[in-house]
Design a protein around this ligand. Structure first.
Ligand code: SAM
Length: 480
């Protein structure tokens, strides 16, 4: 008998190993059951309601059946549906961000991560507040407004006070065209009290990758250090919610374990957050393990080929329609392009994964966390997105206006995103073009904005957006 209980606060019950194994078996048994697959696809389709569009989402079992299905026409249908769902809630906007590595000191022994304590040939660096200021200015000079701070786990070097000071420093920097507007945080699992402090410091999303949901593998992959505690790590999002953080970001490091297991675990984690806290994950990230100092990804025999990876992204999009999906520069331009069509709504650009990397002339490799595949500049990424018909967005208005957690979800669910997020995306893109873009990017961008303004359904909202775009162009702006 499975001990599965999504409402439980115990990791072993909301991520029940038995339930995951049964789910994989059920999915395998039904992977060619066309009648069931059609039922699942129909359940997931966007439905028109009096308030806009509604999507039901899927259970972990249903989503796992789609993932297992290898009938080419059905897979095509899934990809089409994933794109349709993305269009319904996120339109063609892509939110831009960059990671900022604060410190690579770490006391853990994670076998896939070059920060592991025993790695003696990686250069250990912890940025001072002055160095953080320089890094942030370098990021602002590219046009970034949204950062994700990253740090290894080290209670002495990277204490919560250091993280809080760093956030304060980042928000305080007024440089040329305004401040960083949103700081998301990716630091090790911590206490309710510390999550409360992060909330008070004004963070956006708290991001923590599970790495793997399989407890046995987890214990082997994290043999030493505080991260070894699987339950403490897996229950972190509940503590974060208890501490008042209502936007949390999930993710697994694909390649460490069998992807079917991770996928079912991820879906169950999302169901658990919804069942207990009334709001699912704000984002899901889909990192794949990469080559890094002291790390050979070949050492993990669960690496995913691009085709399976595409199917995972599409199935996540279909199963949790209101959750943002993030893809980093671990992936190449080619892979990122495919993922955009399948449901990814947030990407990083011009990332450097080395501590202090943004202030260096050349991309440094001696303190890097992993190899970056997509090494283009932010201007090149923005240009590329617009050529593909997407609107790169630097908007952070929801967060500043307190639309987090269930309030953001209700904006999404009532279809108001087209009258709200779409104009904000256009205005913040316009700011980027005026302040930072190359001539070619400006030209493509201003044409795109003109075309997209016409698509804002509400006439009043359209006029306001038009006036604001004109004001930005004539350098008379306020914060969006
Ligand atoms: N130290 C924090 C923690 O323990 O969760 C997180 C910060 S770490 C800088 C961010 C993430 O990078 C990790 O959660 C892990 O998934 C990912 N990562 C580590 N090694 C990697 C590798 N070789 N390739 C790709 N991603 C990796």
């Amino acid at each position: 008998m499975s001990n599965y209980n999504p409402k439980s606060l115990k990791a072993e019950e909301f991520i029940s190993h038995e339930e995951i194994l049964e789910t994989i078996e059920y999915a395998e048994k039904n992977k060619h059951n066309v009648e069931l697959i059609d039922q699942i696809l129909n359940k997931a389709r966007p439905q028109k309601t009096e308030h806009g569009v509604h999507c039901e989402g899927l259970t972990h079992r249903e989503a796992s059946v789609l993932l297992a299905c290898d009938i080419p026409e059905k897979v095509e249908e899934m990809y089409k549906l994933a794109n349709e769902i993305k269009q319904a809630f996120y339109g063609n906007r892509i939110v831009m961000f960059a990671p900022l590595y604060l410190s690579n000191y770490c006391v853990n022994g994670c076998v896939y991560c070059p920060y592991h304590m025993k790695n003696k040939h990686i250069k250990r660096i912890k940025l001072t507040q002055d160095q953080i200021r320089d890094e942030v200015i370098a990021l602002q000079d590219m046009g970034h407004k949204r950062l994700a701070i990253e740090a290894g786990e080290d209670p002495v070097h990277n204490s919560i006070e250091y993280i809080l000071d760093s956030i304060k420093t980042i928000y305080s920097i007024q440089h040329k065209n305004g401040a960083i507007r949103r700081v998301n945080v990716n630091i090790a699992a911590t206490t309710v009290e510390n999550y409360r402090k992060l909330k008070e410091a004004g963070i956006g999303t708290y991001i923590l990758f599970q790495e793997t949901y399989n407890k046995k593998s987890y214990l082997e992959l994290h043999p030493t250090g505080p991260k070894h505690d699987y339950d403490y790590h897996t229950e972190a999002m509940d503590r974060a919610m208890e501490g008042g953080i209502d936007d949390v970001g999930l993710g697994v490091l694909f390649g460490l374990e069998g992807y079917q297991y991770e996928f079912a675990g991820l879906m169950m984690h999302a169901e658990h957050l919804e069942a207990v806290h009334g709001v699912g994950p704000h984002t899901i990230s889909v990192p794949r393990v990469k080559h890094a100092d002291d790390i050979d990804p070949e050492a993990f025999d669960n690496s995913l080929d691009d085709e399976i990876f595409e199917k995972i992204v599409a199935c996540i999009r279909i199963a949790v329609p209101y959750t943002g999906m993030i893809i980093s520069t671990r992936e190449s331009q080619e892979v990122r392009e495919k993922m955009l069509h399948l449901g990814v709504s947030q990407i990083s650009g011009a990332s450097r994964t080395s501590v202090g990397g943004y202030t260096e002339e050349e991309r440094p490799h001696d303190s890097e966390q992993f190899d970056v595949s997509d090494q283009r500049t932010l201007d090149e990424v923005v240009n590329w997105l617009m050529e593909l018909g997407y609107i790169p967005s630097f908007c952070t208005a929801c967060y500043r206006e307190g639309r987090t957690g269930d309030r953001f979800m209700s904006l999404c669910k009532t279809g108001q995103i087209q009258n709200c997020c779409h104009p904000n995306a256009l205005m913040t893109l316009c700011e980027f073009l005026v302040d930072y873009a190359s001539e070619d990017t400006k030209k493509i961008g201003f044409d795109l904005i003109e075309k997209e303004l016409n698509k804002i359904p509400n006439a009043k909202a359209q006029q306001i957006a038009r006036d604001n775009v004109d004001a930005i162009k004539s350098s008379n702006r306020r914060d969006f």
